[in-house]
Design a protein around this ligand. Structure first.
Ligand SMILES: [Zn+2]
Length: 135
C-alpha cells in the first residue's frame, strides 16, 4: 500500500492478527515522508458468502444483518458496539455451517436468533417478532 500523504512506498513495521473477527491489523511507515498509519485487512464477505432467496443468488450483506441486529438492540446503551460484536459472532457461526458459503435466509435468521437468545431475551423476542420463519 502506498503512503496516504505522499503516495510513496510504505513498509510494514508491526502487524497483529485479531482472532475474534479474523482481521489483520498492520502499522505502516512511509519510506519517504516517514508518516505512520494503520491498515486493517478483513475478508470480503460480500464477494464470498451468498444467499439463496427463492432460487436467486444474492451477495450476503453484513451491513443488512448489522441493521437488523441493531434494531433488536435499539434500547440498549451500547447497542452500536454490541450489535457489531453480535454480527461478527453470527458470521463466524454461519461460516461453520455445512452449506457455507451458501445460505438460505432462514439459516441466517436462525443463526442470529440463537446468538440473540443467549445474549438477551428481550432482544431475541424483538428479533423473532420480525422473522416469521423462526416459529
Ligand atoms: Zn509518505
Amino acid at each position: 500500500m502506498n503512503c496516504l500523504y505522499c503516495g510513496s512506498k510504505t513498509s510494514v513495521i508491526n502487524s497483529r492478527k485479531q482472532r475474534r473477527n479474523n482481521n489483520v491489523w498492520r502499522r505502516r511507515r512511509c519510506q519517504k515522508c516517514l508518516a505512520v498509519f494503520t491498515t486493517q485487512e478483513s475478508p470480503d464477505l460480500t464477494s464470498t458468502l451468498m444467499v439463496n432467496q427463492n432460487g436467486a443468488y444474492k451477495p450476503f450483506l453484513s451491513d443488512l444483518l448489522y441493521t437488523e441486529i441493531l434494531l433488536a438492540l435499539q434500547d440498549r446503551k451500547n447497542c452500536y458496539i454490541e450489535a457489531r460484536e453480535i454480527t461478527n459472532t453470527v458470521i463466524r457461526n454461519l461460516l461453520k455451517l455445512p452449506s457455507s458459503p451458501l445460505f438460505k435466509p432462514e439459516q441466517i435468521s436462525q443463526a442470529t436468533a440463537k446468538v440473540l437468545k443467549r445474549f438477551n431475551r428481550r432482544c431475541y423476542l424483538r428479533y423473532a417478532a420480525e422473522h416469521s420463519s423462526l416459529e
